[in-house]
Design a protein around this ligand. Structure first.
Ligand code: NAI
Length: 339
């Protein structure tokens, strides 16, 4: 069986090669992201394996089907970059890795919160330059503040647990509220509007869907508590970046921690330091001293990388051995509450 991995980095290859022999698949690794322009590369593959910045739209799926590709295996949890309707039309199942390390992403969100609040990213550069002044580095106690958490699935839950450990009050919003969980964890579900109004820190942990695309827009930002910190480790398109920039300029938004960005595919995971940046929005975001923007790295721990390889190989094996696919995603998946 031949599998083609797209959008691969050396660390992906290492983690897959470590376990490949026990499965016996032939694997080809492509650095490029899969999209409609290069789908021909999948010629001869039984399955393609993609990550967050590959674009498996209707046209790509059509070409994959024509080439005889039988399975689309995501190496990630989010599946917003795959046209599930098109895949279903062509009879190509889609599988994913539903959870590779929720802790990795939750802990990273906390890292962003702490760094932004206590300005560690600025202090780091200052002291290296012999500047030991504290001017402009004033933070606030997390204890007693309110966190607004959007989506209370696998990643949000360890995050909420950590924030409760700091003594924060947690308000949550989910289209499928889990009252038993809320009672056990000592948190409260509230309407999105109330989260916006009351949260000192707002963190996004829902999937990108038609309903959540640009949920953080100018109107939402205008209704937020002045000085709010926004954390996004979900998907870039949850936020209308132009509105975020306006909110930062007007100082309505106190800080933003962004591990994802609307147009990230053109930059993230690549070293573009010898090029002139041609994305003005990205350049503006990077100019704020109260914004930390990272390259979709929240998942990036040893444990998560190993889990991704392990679960992906198991998904492929299940398919090739014609077993049930426990990690299959279909059009209905995004409408289901999180397990
Ligand atoms: P999950 O499926 O366990 O939880 C998502 C939660 O969002 C569910 O409780 C669901 O009911 C809720 N939800 C769905 N639609 C909603 C809406 N319109 N409004 C409010 N809540 C809604 O997913 P998990 O594992 O917690 O991941 C969340 C997201 O984080 C993923 O969809 C993915 O986009 C992103 N992610 C980012 C990573 C990174 O490295 N930055 C790594 C892994 C995931």
């Amino acid at each position: 069986m031949k599998v083609m991995l797209f959008g691969t980095q050396p660390y992906d290859q290492q983690s897959f090669e470590r376990i490949r022999k026990s499965y016996g698949f032939e694997i080809l690794y492509h650095r490029s992201h899969l999209n409609a322009k290069n789908a021909l590369l999948a010629k001869g593959a039984d399955a393609v394996c993609v990550f967050v910045n590959d674009t498996v739209d209707a046209e790509t799926v059509r070409q994959l089907a024509e080439l005889g590709v039988q399975l689309i295996a995501l190496r990630c949890a989010g599946f917003n970059n795959v046209d599930l309707h098109a895949a279903a039309r062509h009879g190509i199942p889609v599988v994913r890795v539903p959870a590779y390390s929720p802790h990795a992403v939750a802990e990273y969100a906390v890292a962003l919160i702490l760094s932004l609040n206590r300005k560690i990213h600025r202090a780091y550069w200052r002291t290296r330059d012999g500047n030991f002044s504290l001017h402009g580095l004033l933070g606030f106690d997390l204890y007693g503040k309110t966190a607004g958490i959007v989506g209370t699935g696998k990643i949000a839950r360890p995050l909420i647990h950590i924030l409760k450990g700091f003594g924060m009050e947690v308000l949550a919003y989910d289209i499928y509220p889990d009252e038993r969980y809320a009672l056990a964890e000592g948190i409260e579900y509230a309407a999105l509007e109330e989260l916006y109004r009351r949260a000192d820190i707002l963190s996004l942990h829902c999937p990108l869907t038609d309903r959540t695309r640009h949920m953080i827009d100018g109107k939402a930002i205008a209704s937020m508590k002045p000085g709010v910190m926004i954390i996004n480790t979900g998907r870039g398109q949850l936020i209308d970046t132009s509105a975020l920039i306006e909110g930062l300029k007007e100082k309505r938004i106190g800080a933003a921690g962004l591990d994802v960005y609307e147009e990230e595919a053109a930059y993230f995971y690549e070293d573009t330091s010898d090029r002139i940046m041609d994305d003005d929005v990205l350049a503006r975001l990077l100019s704020f001293n109260n914004v930390i923007l990272t390259s979709h790295q929240a998942f990036f721990t040893r444990e998560a990388i190993d889990n991704i390889a392990q679960v992906t190989m198991q998904n492929l094996n299940d398919f090739f051995e014609q077993r049930k696919l426990p990690n299959q995603v279909c059009v209905e998946t995004e409408k289901q509450p999180s397990a």
